[in-house]
Ligand binder design. Structure first.
Ligand SMILES: Cc1cc2nc3c(=O)[nH]c(=O)nc-3n(C[C@H](O)[C@H](O)[C@H](O)COP(=O)(O)O)c2cc1C
Length: 408
């Protein structure tokens, strides 16, 4: 079949993206103590040069409280000094012809850890996560069981966040989004997926609160909606703002597709520009890091019936299925995680009829296991991944235009 559907431009809010292929947010541990590194820039440059229309950064932490409660070294955005390298990164991605959206995350919530600073995780309620073994992707279980990675199948008991903390983090997120946009990214994605803090508030499984942030769906989505509103208030109506959430928690008692349809309708009313679909959580990891293609597409099709905003979906590695999913309206963009680790040239190879040359991801999750070992990402099929900074073709040249954004 043809791949034309993947190479149509798309407008997300005010931003035009040249094709329907994006790069999903992936923490790959290239950060240096919270600062985006030279390696980050070269790695994203390779994917932009490889024809990817939209680059998304991994989850950038918007809060010191969140940062201190996880040992993963994600980039930070809670101090003006964090803007400098993000600005360099935005210029680099633009230089190589792609757009860039920064994913931002308040904090780990129930997935937090006291190992870094001795601080108890904070979450909607004191509910600890517990991963059933059957929910772990095939490649991961042996390493977890051998204790070779910093990942446990049982989480620490968090304490309930106070209302003051909720309000403070709402404000922090809005400020971080503004700092990111000032630095030059084309949009912001709020991370409300995978069991992290905002997700855990929406989940009836993790949210047992009796105040206005718990109980019915309206209350459980209150934190998310308040963050959207505070952010819009600070950045205005024009900058691109989206949300990533799991369409279904895939856990008994967790949030379901029917509830997520209501959440999406509300988000659209609140002026959201796009929705980025994912699945599961830490507890249902096989939906977050699927072992096969297309697991999110049926939900994408259902969600597209209830909102008009563009919907992005991941885990569609096969170019034929990716083109079909976009052509048949199961989603508007395919946002690749692992396929773009395995092959930075995925988009150009599809466009140029060189599909047989694509280096396929084996879904062995070495990339993620390295992260869980505290090491920078590597890939079993792409020896260049993680070493792009040594490759001169991924260094940007000088741009004539000096950049100064006078208003958002
Ligand atoms: C190493 C690694 C790190 C990830 N980090 C993030 C993250 O920071 N934020 C996020 O929303 N998803 C994260 N994900 C999930 C991916 O964005 C994506 O949804 C998932 O890998 C499934 O898509 P794929 O099959 O195309 O890789 C990560 C995935 C991997 C493999």
């Amino acid at each position: 079949m043809g791949y034309e559907s993947l190479f149509q431009p798309i407008k997300i809010g005010r931003v035009e993206i040249k094709n329907r292929i994006g790069m999903a947010p992936m923490n790959i541990n290239f950060t240096r103590e919270g600062y985006i590194s030279e390696q980050h820039m070269a790695y994203f440059a390779a994917r932009a040069k490889g024809g990817t229309g939209l680059i998304m950064t991994e989850a950038i932490r918007t809060s010191i409280e969140g940062t201190n409660r996880t040992f993963y070294d994600n980039p930070h955005m809670w101090h003006p000094s964090h803007q400098k390298n993000l600005s360099e990164l935005a210029e680099t991605v633009h230089y190589f012809g792609a757009k860039i959206i920064a994913q931002m995350n308040i904090g780990p919530g129930p997935q937090g850890s006291s190992k870094k600073m001795g601080l108890q995780p904070i979450a909607a309620s004191p509910v600890a996560f517990q991963v059933p073994k059957e929910n772990v992707p095939k490649a991961m279980l042996p390493m977890i069981e051998k204790g070779e990675v910093y990942l446990s199948l049982k989480g620490e008991m968090p304490r309930e966040m106070t209302k003051d903390e909720i309000h403070k983090e709402t404000e922090n997120f809005a400020k971080a989004a503004r700092m990111g946009l000032v630095a030059g990214v084309d949009g912001i994605e709020m991370h409300a997926a995978h069991g992290y803090l905002l997700h855990s508030f929406m989940s009836p499984l993790f949210n047992k609160r009796t105040d206005e942030y718990g109980g019915d769906l309206e209350n459980r989505m209150r934190f998310l909606i308040e963050v959207v509103r505070a952010t819009r208030q600070l950045i205005g109506s024009k900058p691109v703002l989206g949300v990533r959430a799991s369409s279904d928690e895939h856990m008994p008692g967790g949030i379901t597709l029917d509830e997520m349809k209501m959440v999406l309708k509300r988000l659209e009313q609140e002026g959201l520009d796009f929705f980025h679909l994912s699945g599961g959580s830490y507890e249902a990891m096989k939906y977050l890091f699927p072992d096969e293609d297309g697991t999110m597409l049926n939900d994408g099709k259902e969600l597209k019936k209830v909102v008009k905003m563009p919907i992005m979906a991941s885990s569609v590695h096969d170019p034929d299925l990716a083109a079909k999913a976009v052509a048949e309206g199961m989603c508007d963009m395919i946002v690749h995680g692992r396929p773009l680790i395995a092959d930075a040239e995925w988009a150009n190879k599809v466009k140029e009829g060189r599909v047989s040359e694509i280096v396929k991801c084996k879904r062995d999750l070495i990339c993620l296991m390295r992260l869980f070992q505290g090491l920078p990402g590597r890939c079993s099929v792409n020896p260049d991944f993680g070493r792009e900074r040594y490759m001169p073709e991924y260094r940007r040249g000088p741009t004539k235009m000096s950049y100064w954004r006078t208003s958002l």
